[in-house]
Design a protein around this ligand. Sequence first.
Ligand code: ARG
Ligand code: GLU
Length: 707
Amino acid sequence: MKKLFTLLFAALCALSAMADEGMWIPLLLQKNEAAMQKSGMRITAKDIYDINNACLKDAIILFNQGCTGEYVSSEGLFLTNHHCGYSYITSHSTVEHDYLTHGFWAMTREQELPCPGLTATRLVKMEDVTFQVLDGITPETSEADRTEIVEKNIAAITKEATKGTHYKAIIKPFYYGNQYFMYINEVFTDVRLVGAPPSNIGKFGGDTDNWMWPRHTGDFSMFRVYADKDNKPAAYSKDNKPYKPLKHFDISLKGVEEGDFTFVFGYPGTTRRYVTSDQVNLSANQENPIRIALRDIRLHHYKNAMEQSPAQRLKYASKVASIANGWKKWQGETLGINRLKGVEQKKAQEDEFQQWAENYKRLRIRDYDYTTVLPELHKNYEALTSVDLEWTYFNEAVMASDFMGRAHRLYAIAQMSNDSLAQLQIRKFLKDNERYFTDFAEHTLVDKAIFVETFEYMHKAGYAPYLDKADLGKIYDNSMLTKKGAVEKFFKGYKASEKSAKKLLADPAVDLFNVAYSYSYTPEKRSQYKEANQNINRLMRIYVKGMMTQYPDSNFFPDANLTLRVAYGHVEGFTPRDGVYYKPYSTLDGIMQKENPDIYDYVVTPRLHELYNKKDYGRYANAKGEMPVAFIATNHTTGGNSGSPVLNADGQLIGINFDRCWEGTMSDLLFDPGYCRNISLDIRYCLFIIDKYAGARHLVDEMTIVR
Ligand code: ARG
Ligand code: GLU
């Protein structure tokens, strides 16, 4: 009985957003204003988003297409994470100027480093365009026609909205297409690197500490946006001036205490809050375990190699960082979902929906029948799941080794009948190939082991019957891909033709790729997957609308879709497991405790020691005289929120979001206020590093600091 009650209660809670759950639309923030103020906020929804006046949203940027940044000076200076700026810091690093290892600080504007390709996007305004987008669609419109009409309408609306301006417009579906919003953006393209701490600060703790609390990573970097003489976006030019943002954040040195209100304002990428039990089960218990097991193999071999020498470590660092990031998150996600009995919770919720739908149909309040949507969803998940699992294996096993990645490129060249296109790809391949053999001379054993073991794993699982008689070791050894100069020789005088393609496909590696690909990506499987997916999307649109009708008084937040959102909560520790309580903030003492000169990720520089020993924290210490480093709060965030400003009750900057706690990583699917915490860098540590550690006081002087 108690169990039933718990499940029912969980189901009820799961329908309306739980305390602190949600990523809210700035334009509609009036709906949350009372709750936010009740939680402690002292500003208004209009201070955060206002169409007519400069407001906090003008201080936020979308950093490329995957991170967030925030302006902290009237001269275009902005902050984001170290891991967001990583590739730009790396690209400016050489052996003589290793900014990645030692840090980089522009002491003058002239020293700021252009970053071609990097964009900083400001949201000018957003608008509900649902009626315009759905114009011409009736209940009888087929899904295919609907897609076509929506696309046509979107093209027309965005064209009209940006006519005669330098703005770019984008329209995105919300609630699976029950609603559409248009975003008018201003995209800046002259963005320059201003500062980055050394790796042993910006990446302190590395992959070991990633997703974990207590955390001590100084995960920030600084950039500046430049604009033309009219303060408008322009391509890089010496004559450009620092951009004058409409708004930049005040920075508070007061810090936060447990229980204090905070909010995060940024660009969360993807959540799947309303999916059914089938999807939760597919993600948590089917996809994740496959991905984790196959990445275990890769990580095992890379980590062994990294321990051989510092040079090897550097070679694999960024590869391992990206493989390990998903690998670790999925483990936390699956554990979290099973701890919450996520599948059962969703099923209980679906039972209730079904009951409600039957009643609703009987009452005939309106003529909409919601009784078939869940059974149909279930049917489509059955069709989707088998292909999905096969493709998960393909992506994580076939594509695991560099060997198959390179074979894939040759396979693509073999498909090209246009010779000039083929030559272009061949040139690119040969260039990379040369680097491959110089950089990865000792790599081949690692890659061979990964190739053999991942394929074997997939074969054992029954997803690669074509391997029954294959000798993987021979394939590896006999391919021209593993012989220096062999591919170069092969492509001498190559001309795209059926005959040359045949020769290329005869290489054992390319042949294996071809067989694996042709086996997994048949036209039948593709259309089965596509059809199921389209149906699921259509049915989810109905299901979500049904849930909104079922609970008319609940405020349903729309899933994250890389549009600007506000998440709010409060600073709070938590109990990850029995007998353990996590305090909500960490300090420099923890860095000293973690220090280990023998482990790369835990090296502490003499300079940081010196400041620590002298307690030379200046105005950046907290009231207890400690140097705060990071803190956790109940704000609902996800990938893309990296670099987002974390703000206090007055809308002042107190931190930079950079991660979530491992025990709460199921929050993309299910939020649990007991476990879900975002991790933020304390802005005081960031300023301490810039000012005291690096001596770049001029950058802090540009900022507006309030006490
Ligand atoms: N977990 C963070 C995120 O998802 C940080 C990733 C980068 N850091 C790392 N050690 N791999 O983006
Ligand atoms: N590190 C993540 C990012 O790059 C944020 C962590 C999360 O997924 O919440 O966006």
